[in-house]
Design a protein around this ligand. Structure first.
Ligand code: DC
Length: 228
């Protein structure tokens, strides 16, 4: 068995369970995890606070590199700070999700956030990274890749349960966001090659975690990598 930095990627559409699964897998294995969506949500939120329009690619790209805000991995959530104020609670609404989807279309924005996203793998033994392009662009050499999906109604119900709100409105907002995320030219959401596709419709979170973890253990053993 070799020991190496293990990177597992979990991509998939809105509210497919990526965050909950990543957090639980990371805690089970003693690894770190990151929601790359927090970078785009943080950018959308900070842009609105700074009065920058969601279609101003150059200003947004500049804001990506500004020291006024930062993203920080945590065991429970990937946190965002603006002027050292923790604004994490503000970024996880569907409204900011829609803004994140808009700002994430721009190639210059994506390029400017990539270094900070990749830096999440520094100085740790294992990382679970979740988002839309983790297995294709951010960590194309990840040892194990997943694509999590679920029916649109299931996903809308899950998110409405967590955040409140109308299920049908949530479903429509997510469908729109998924369409934008999968049809953009740069780093669109797609199933990475060699990814394990897990359809979580009607599965409990525990069942999904068991299935994902079993695949990780098997894949790492086949690659002669230690997962401990
Ligand atoms: O995973 P999330 O819902 O927090 O992501 C919010 C938006 O950010 C998503 O609709 C598109 C964008 N995003 C992206 O373009 N690439 C990623 N790797 C993660 C998120």
């Amino acid at each position: 068995m070799r020991s190496a930095l293990i990177i597992v990627t979990i991509d998939g559409p809105a509210a497919s369970g990526k965050t909950s699964v990543s957090r639980l897998i990371a805690s089970r294995r003693g690894w770190a995890w990151v929601s790359t969506g927090a970078f785009y949500r943080g950018l959308a939120y900070v842009a609105s606070r700074e009065g920058i329009a969601v279609n101003d690619e150059l200003a947004l790209a500049k804001l990506c590199l500004s020291p006024i805000w930062r993203v920080q991995m945590g065991e429970d959530r990937t946190r965002v700070y603006l002027h050292d104020e923790d604004v994490t609670d503000e970024i996880y609404s569907e409204e900011i999700g829609a803004g994140a989807s808009l700002v994430s279309r721009f190639p210059k924005v994506r390029a400017n956030l990539l270094t900070a996203q990749r830096a999440c793998a520094n100085s740790i033994s294992g990382l679970v990274a979740e988002g839309r392009d983790c297995g294709t662009v951010v960590f194309p050499k990840a040892q194990v890749k997943f694509y999590l999906t679920a029916g649109t109604l299931d996903r809308a119900e899950r998110r409405a349960r967590q955040q409140g709100g109308n299920v049908e409105e949530m479903r429509q907002a997510q469908v729109k966001r998924d369409h934008q995320d999968s049809s953009r030219q740069t780093a669109p959401m797609q199933i990475p090659s060699l990814a394990h596709v897990v359809d979580t419709t009607s599965m409990t979170l525990d069942q999904v975690v068991e299935q994902v973890d079993a695949i990780i253990v098997k894949e790492l053993a086949e690659q002669h990598l230690s997962h401990l």
